[in-house]
Design a protein around this ligand. Structure first.
Ligand SMILES: Nc1nc2c(ncn2[C@@H]2O[C@H](COP(=O)(O)OP(=O)(O)O)[C@@H](O)[C@H]2O)c(=O)[nH]1
Ligand SMILES: [Mg+2]
Length: 395
């Protein structure tokens, strides 16, 4: 071995490293997917780091040049996307309590106030006003208070707490015992739930929440976007479908809602899905049109599926008695099987539940307690009444 050998070895090694690096970079540039930033600049010459002349000149701005990311450096591996922490849903009782804050301020506080100074005529009158103010409705209020007066005489209720206990009982009784479960097909075919109601009441959101509940229960679903009035309506449903993993059937804006419903059922049958939920539009400015459209959707579905398991009417609790008046148009158009009362968390006064059931003669099956995916609950009169008064410290 001569003395030059180590030097020669180092020189050869350097050449191999430099040439090798250049070839690797060049190879990566040529071999990259054509749509991943190939800007046709390959013929401008590539330096040993794989950068072309244009890239080098604009090195300061490189991070902002999105179309040649591969030519700058090996792609930086994005950190793995961590799923947001899944919050344990709160127990239903706690959710009723939390969401009904405003409602209970109206009713609970008045009872404590009114009867704090004794069970007097003024207190009863005050209670009537409070119940009417809480949207219980005049007829139901008069009935409830008359019953309550009689019971408190019979049972010798002399304190606000005692009256409150009786009031809770009266309200629970006024809410009645209904079968509030959502009906499902007994035999094979997909269960069909048709969802109706005035625009903005929360139909689409409710369907999204329901879809999430059903998916969690292990059922397969198809959603039909039969609100074809605006493209945004089916976009909104599509977002929920994506979030919940449900399939969606949708058509262009202006398409015949009945044909969307038809195809929805066909898709649900073909896939042997457990459930089809049909979203509809709720324009009210022309009652005739609304009735025709809803009636047709329902007829088409029934022709395929037989009687629908549920036709739900969605009402916005914050619209109070007006909402009940609007509901009538829907009751005339289709045979409704149950009410979904949304926005019970908002500025609504919980008494509307009593009024809705009494005046429409239909059970409130579900309540919306917020805008989130978890904010839908089966209506439970016990929890509801407790939630209304939970600040009173008697439970
Ligand atoms: N606070 C609250 N907002 C709700 C509830 N349900 C729906 N919303 C909101 O009400 C608005 C209208 O809902 P949407 O589902 O589009 O109504 P649709 O026109 O009947 O389909 C949206 O901003 C929803 O987030 C609820 O239970 N509570
Ligand atoms: Mg909608």
């Amino acid at each position: 071995m001569s003395e030059l050998d180590p030097l020669l070895f180092v020189a050869i090694a350097l050449i191999v490293v430099v040439l090798g690096g250049g070839l690797v970079a060049f190879g990566r540039r040529r071999g990259g997917p054509p749509d991943a930033g190939d800007d046709g600049a390959d013929d401008r010459g590539v330096d040993l780091l794989g950068r072309d002349a244009g890239d080098v000149a604009t090195e300061e701005r490189l991070p902002e040049v999105p179309d040649t990311p591969e030519s700058i450096a090996p792609p930086i591996e994005a950190p793995p996307i961590e799923a947001p922490p899944v919050e344990e849903p709160l127990p239903l009782a706690e959710r009723f309590r939390r969401r009904l804050t405003r409602t209970r301020n109206v009713l609970g506080a008045s009872v404590a106030d009114l009867f704090g100074r004794g069970v007097t005529d003024e207190a009863w009158e005050g209670l009537e006003e409070a119940l009417i103010g809480a949207d219980v409705g005049v007829a139901a209020t008069l009935e409830i208070v008359a019953q309550l007066r009689q019971r408190s005489r019979e049972e010798g209720a002399t304190s606000a707490e005692a009256v409150l206990e009786l009031l809770k009982q009266e309200l629970r009784e006024a809410l009645g015992t209904f079968d509030r479960s959502l009906a499902r097909a007994e035999d094979q075919g997909p269960t069909v739930w048709l969802v109706t109601g005035v625009n903005g009441t929360g139909k689409t959101t409710t369907i999204g929440k329901l879809a999430a509940l059903e998916e969690r229960g292990g059922r397969t679903l198809v959603l039909a976007a039969a609100d074809t009035f605006r493209a945004a309506a089916s976009d909104q449903l599509a977002i929920w479908a994506e979030r919940t993993g449900a399939d969606i059937v949708r058509k262009d804006e202006g398409a015949d809602p009945a044909s969307v419903a038809y195809e929805g059922y066909a898709a649900a049958s073909e896939q042997s899905a457990d459930l089809l939920i049909v979203d509809t539009a709720g324009r009210l400015h022309n009652k005739r049109e609304l009735m025709d459209e809803l009636g047709k959707v329902k007829r088409v579905l029934e022709k395929q599926a037989g009687p629908l398991e549920e036709t739900l009417l969605v009402l916005d609790a914050t619209t109070g008695q007006n909402g009940i008046a609007q509901a009538q148009a829907f009751l005339d158009a289709v045979e409704v099987t149950g009410i979904v009362l949304t926005k019970l968390d908002g500025s609504s006064k919980g008494g509307i539940v009593v009024a809705v059931q009494r005046e429409l003669g239909l059970p409130v099956k579900l309540v919306g307690l917020g805008e989130g995916i978890e904010d839908l609950a089966e209506f439970d009169p016990e929890l509801f009444v407790e939630g209304l008064f939970s600040e009173m410290g008697t439970d």
